[in-house]
Design a protein around this ligand. Sequence first.
Ligand code: CAO
Length: 551
Amino acid sequence: MAIETIKVPDIGGSEGVEVIEITVAVGDTIALEDAIVTLETDKASMEIPASAAGKVTAIKVKEGDKVSEGDVLIEVEAEGDSAGDDKSEAKAEDTAEEKPEAEDKPKAEDKPKSSSGGSEREVPVPDIGGSEGVEVIEVCVSEGDEVAEGDSLIVLETDKASMEIPAPAAGKITALKVKEGDKVSEGDLIAMMQSAAGGDAEEAEPAPSKSESAPAKPEAPKAADSGKAKSAEATSSPVTAAAVADEVTGGSKVYAGPAVRRLGRQLGVDLARVKPSGPRQRMTKDDVRDYVKNIVTAQQSGQATGSGIPQVPAVDFAKFGEIEMVKMSKVKKITRDNMSRSWLNVPHVTQFDDADITDMEAFRKGLKADAEKRGSKLTPLPFLLKACAAALVAEPSFNVSLHHDGEHIVQKHYVHIGIAVDTPNGLMVPVIRDVDKKGLWELTDEINEMAKKAREGKLMPSDMQGGCFTISSLGAMGGNGFTPIVNTPEVAILGVSRAQMKPVWNGSEFVPRNMLPLSLSYDHRAINGADAGRFFTYLNAVISDVRRLLL
Ligand code: CAO
């Protein structure tokens, strides 16, 4: 295996051009014409394609280096036979022989058609290294657009490289002669443009006939505009990219070279959404990859905003006043992800009702002394747990989950109910098992034990699994009602707000009753409104008269 050096080819005489991106790493196997580095002058970025295929053994430059023609960029252990270093040089010489210098080439008819103010000129496809029938993959301008010299007009793409063709001068596009999908070759007309008034004298010179003219003085892909030997093959340009596009998409400028744009197209990324990290706001391939990676990671972790759902833009809050960045606890992150997942996946319906707990409260207060004797506190929550368990048994359509196969509903024959517990670390939902089989005291003890464990951060994952339904009680805090979010894969959740004495019409008079506001949210994919109506009516009846729990 011979080691070949790949050097900076003819870059149009530019000296000390900055290396802004190295697109290969030691150990990479590269194909002929793969981009290896990107150079950037004031006006243009150029990808230097590999003049040899094989394994990269050394990289001789780093980002920020300044290079000129002939400087060594990388070393490659060449594939196949080892024609060795001579190969590229031989090719270069061949190329020089095969390709006459630009000055000798036929020139396009790029000269004035009229000279009032500016002059109309043809803009042909410049020398694109001999490639024929190259596809136009992007038309970056429209008729009537004002362009600056070097602005991208079109992007061409061969199997191996994409090339942006820049405007040869500042002016107005008066006619576009190509569209996306067209196949073009050197000399084909891209557009007509009215040069800006006072265009340079060179442009105003009379031109030879089309068959004898050169491409419109491009900073564009060029392979043979000087007499120097070429390091690439005759079939491809040593510089496969042209001016960096300075495109405005959706209000934000995209400053990216052809390889980055190609990667963007391959991955279906709208580059206007990608944050550039390169020098002078230039976008790198890593920026595009990071953008895709972040989206995939967010989707896999459940933070996904859903396909097509635009992300909330980042805001620099410090602009508006003093701020502090507080790290989210693990519990808060889990809650964030679970809530987003449920909110995005579950078509929620929330029904509201007030349950009359006057009698239940009288009963509970009658048990206060017993509770104290037991060393516990009896709140409305164990009653609500029992009532919900009874309703889940009476209306089994609520005791289900949607199976992930999309074909089945999982009907549960156990009744485990989660209770939302507010902890310093965030919201946790321990699950009380077999609520239907347990008495009030047992449930009271379990609620207290679970709430204590939650607040002390001692809940085990198994303590929070297997729920069929959840109760979220904000009764101690207040409020008239809220819309709880279903705790998937469960299909329903009961929100409990603060009980209040209210005047209730009993048919002949208003009587003061202790009314408990309830909000029942459910997954409308699994539960119909009629099921929910029956469940809620049953639940309400049980809460209003807890003797029904005995039936
Ligand atoms: N209306 C009026 N008063 C109520 C009530 C209601 N709906 N629910 C409870 N109360 C009273 C209790 O009776 C108790 O009063 P006393 O001290 O006079 O007996 C007081 O409010 C405090 O109750 P508690 O909060 O200690 O106990 P609980 O059984 O009601 O709740 C628990 C336990 C763990 C659920 C609760 O402490 C908690 O963490 N709640 C927050 C849940 C939450 O954050 N939900 C939101 C999830 S979605 O973001």
